[in-house]
Design a protein around this ligand. Structure first.
Ligand code: NA7
Length: 538
C-alpha cells in the first residue's frame, strides 16, 4: 500500500453517530480542527445500520433528540410519539446539514488501528483504506450497540436463501411476500421486526431461546398540543430530564410496590400499561431492587400475555420466568404478542429444541426441520465494548486495550482508561450509557471532553491520562452500584452474557445520570483529580 504521510488534526473522532456529530460541532466551535472517520456511507450510527422494518426508538421523540440548539429543537417536527428509524436517520442528516458537518466527515472509512506515539504524544490512526491520520486527541464515538453479533450456527454459510441481520439491514427494500421466513432472536429488535414480517410473509417461524418482557409502546401520531407544550418549555423540561436517573422526564414512583395494596398496585400498573412505553418498570421505587416487589410487576405482565395470546401453550412459552422484569432491557412493542394469534406464525421453542444446524434449504431445531426462504438474525450486539475491541488500540509501552480489558473493561468514569493518554470514549463502559436516554448521556460526555481539552490548552498540558488508582476506585463504585439491584439476575448484554467468551462484568454504571454527572463535574472542578496531566517528554 502507498504510505502517504498522515494528515494532522487537533482531534480525530471515530464514528459519525449522535456522539461523533456533536463532538465535531463542539470542537469546531472551539476553533479546533477535527476529522470524523466513519465506516458507513452516512451519518446516524446505529440508526444508519438498523433499518429493519419496525425499528423504532423506545424513548419518546420529544426527548430522544439533541438539546444543544434551541433553534434545532424548535424547528424540527417529530411525526410520532416514538420515532421510527427512518425519521431518526432523517433527523441525523438534517443536523449534519444544518451544522455543516459533512465536509469534516470521511465516510466509508473504517478505523482499524490507533497507536499512541510516546515521543510526540500523538495518536496515529489507520483506516481500512490505507490512510493515516494523526492527532493529539482521539475521541472514540463508536457507540454501545454498533457491533452486530452473528451466532455461530453450524452450516449457516451453506444456506441458499438470504440471511439478514437486524443490526446490518440492507438499504434496498426487502420483500418477504410469499416467503417462508425464520427469525432467530426475541430481544428488542426481534420483537419489533416479527410483527412486520408476519404481516408480509407466507409463513413465519420465530425461533425463541429466551422469552422477554415487553410492554405495548402505544405509538401514535404526535399530538400537536403535546408538542407545543414541550416546545414552549423545552429548556426547563430538558433540565428536569437531566435530574432524573435515566435522563428521561417521566413519572418515577417514590413508593415501595410492597407498601401498596394489591388493588392499588393493579390500578397503577393498568394505568401505565394503558399509557404505553417502558414506564411500567419505574412505577415503584423498589421494582429493580426487591425480588418480591419485582414479582408484582412481572406477574402483571405475565397475566397480560396470557390474556392476549389465545393458545395457552404458546402463551406459556412466551412468558418469561427466568429473570426479573427490567433486569434485562424491557422491550416496547407494537402488537408483538398478538402476532402469535396469526395462523401464519409458529413459535419454535429453542430451549426444548435447540438449533442443531443449517443446510441449504433451512434449519434443524431439535428433531424438526424447517424449510426457509430467508433467515433473519435478530441476535443483538457485542454491546458497549464490541466496537472498541474491533479496533487495534495500542497505548503506552505497546499496551493493547483489548488485552487490558480482557477480564472486563477498566475506565475512570467511562471516559478514559489508564495507559491510553488523550484517548476519550463517549458513553464508555462504566458510564450510565445504555441505561439512559443515550442522547443526553452523549451530550454530557461530549461537553465534559470539550471542557477537558480547553483546560489542557489553557495549562499547556500535552496529555491527560486516568490514574490507575482512580480507575480502580471507579470500577469498585460501578460494581457497588449494581450490588443490591436485580440487574445481575438476568443474563443480559449489560453483562456481556450474550457473547461467548466475554467475561461477565456489569458494564454500565447504574447509579443514575445525575449522580454520575455530579461526579464528572466535581472531578473537572478539582482540576481533573484522578487524572494526570503531563507535559511533553523532553
Ligand atoms: P438482544 O436484546 O441481545 O437480543 C438478542 C436475541 O437473540 C435474544 O433473544 C437472544 O436469546 C437471541 N440469540 C442470540 N444468539 C442466539 C443463538 N445463538 N441462538 C438463539 N438465539 C439467540 O439484541 P437486540 O438487537 O434485540 O436488542 C439490543 C438492544 O438494542 C436493545 O436492548 C435496545 O436497547 C436496542 P437469549 O436471550 O440470549 O437466549
Amino acid at each position: 500500500s502507498g504510505s502517504a504521510p498522515a494528515i494532522s488534526f487537533d482531534v480525530i473522532i471515530v464514528g459519525a453517530g449522535f456522539a461523533g456529530m456533536y463532538m465535531l460541532h463542539r470542537l469546531r466551535s472551539l476553533g479546533l480542527s477535527a476529522v470524523v472517520l466513519e465506516a458507513a456511507a452516512g451519518v446516524g450510527g446505529t440508526w444508519f445500520w438498523n433499518r429493519y422494518p419496525g425499528a423504532r426508538c423506545d424513548v419518546e421523540s420529544m426527548q430522544y433528540s439533541y438539546s444543544f440548539s434551541e433553534e434545532l429543537q424548535q424547528e424540527w417536527r417529530w411525526a410520532e410519539r416514538y420515532a421510527s428509524q427512518p425519521e431518526i436517520l432523517a433527523y441525523a442528516n438534517y443536523v449534519a446539514k444544518k451544522f455543516n458537518l459533512l465536509p469534516d466527515i470521511e465516510f466509508d472509512t473504517r478505523v482499524i488501528g490507533a497507536v499512541y506515539r510516546e515521543e510526540d504524544c500523538r495518536w496515529l490512526v489507520s483506516t481500512d483504506r490505507g490512510t493515516q491520520f494523526r492527532a493529539k486527541w482521539c475521541v472514540m464515538a463508536t457507540g454501545c450497540l454498533s457491533a452486530a453479533q452473528t451466532p455461530n450456527i453450524r452450516g449457516l454459510d451453506t444456506f441458499k436463501g438470504r440471511v439478514y441481520h437486524t443490526g446490518n439491514w440492507p438499504h434496498e427494500a426487502v420483500n418477504f411476500s410469499g416467503q417462508t421466513v425464520g427469525v432467530i432472536g426475541t430481544g428488542s429488535s426481534g420483537i419489533q421486526v416479527i410483527p412486520e414480517i408476519a404481516a408480509q410473509a407466507k409463513h413465519l417461524y420465530v425461533f425463541q431461546r429466551t422469552p422477554n418482557f415487553s410492554v405495548p409502546a402505544r405509538n401514535r401520531a404526535m399530538d400537536s398540543e403535546y408538542e407545543r407544550s414541550w416546545k414552549k418549555n423545552y429548556a426547563e423540561r430538558r433540565a428536569m430530564a437531566r435530574s432524573m436517573p435515566a435522563g428521561i422526564l417521566c413519572q418515577v414512583g417514590a413508593k415501595s410496590a410492597l407498601a401498596a395494596s394489591p388493588e392499588e398496585r393493579n390500578q397503577e400498573f393498568e394505568r401505565r400499561w394503558a399509557q404505553g412505553g417502558t414506564g411500567l418498570t419505574v412505577a415503584y421505587s423498589d421494582l429493580l431492587r426487591d425480588v418480591e416487589a419485582n414479582e408484582t410487576a412481572a406477574q402483571f405482565v405475565r397475566d397480560k400475555i396470557r390474556t392476549v395470546v389465545e393458545n395457552p401453550t404458546v402463551a406459556e412459552l412466551l412468558i418469561p420466568m427466568d429473570h426479573p422484569i427490567g433486569a434485562k432491557r424491557i422491550c416496547s412493542d407494537t402488537k408483538y404478542f398478538e402476532t402469535f394469534n396469526r395462523e401464519n406464525v409458529t413459535l419454535v421453542d429453542l430451549r426444548a429444541n435447540p438449533i442443531r444446524d443449517m443446510g441449504s434449504d433451512g434449519i434443524t431445531a431439535g428433531l424438526d426441520f424447517f424449510k426457509l426462504n430467508s433467515l433473519v438474525l435478530a441476535t443483538g450486539f457485542d454491546a458497549i465494548t464490541g466496537a472498541l475491541s474491533k479496533i487495534d488500540i495500542v497505548g503506552r509501552h505497546g499496551l493493547s486495550l483489548r488485552e487490558k480489558w480482557r477480564d472486563g473493561p477498566n475506565t475512570f468514569l467511562g471516559l478514559m482508561s489508564s495507559g491510553f493518554p488523550n484517548l476519550f470514549v463517549v458513553t464508555g463502559p462504566g458510564s450510565p450509557s445504555v441505561l439512559t436516554n443515550v442522547i443526553v448521556a452523549i451530550e454530557d460526555n461530549v461537553e465534559w471532553i470539550a471542557s477537558c481539552i480547553v483546560h489542557l490548552l489553557k495549562v499547556d498540558g500535552e496529555y491527560i491520562e486516568a490514574t490507575s488508582s482512580a480507575e480502580e476506585t471507579w470500577m469498585e463504585q460501578v460494581q457497588k452500584a449494581v450490588e443490591g439491584t436485580l440487574y445481575p439476575q438476568a443474563k443480559s448484554w449489560y453483562l456481556g452474557a450474550n457473547i461467548a467468551g466475554k467475561r461477565a462484568v456489569f458494564l454500565p454504571y447504574v447509579g443514575g445520570l445525575p449522580t454520575y454527572q455530579r461526579i464528572c463535574d466535581e472531578v473537572a472542578a478539582m482540576g481533573y483529580s484522578g487524572f494526570k496531566i503531563g507535559m511533553r517528554p523532553t
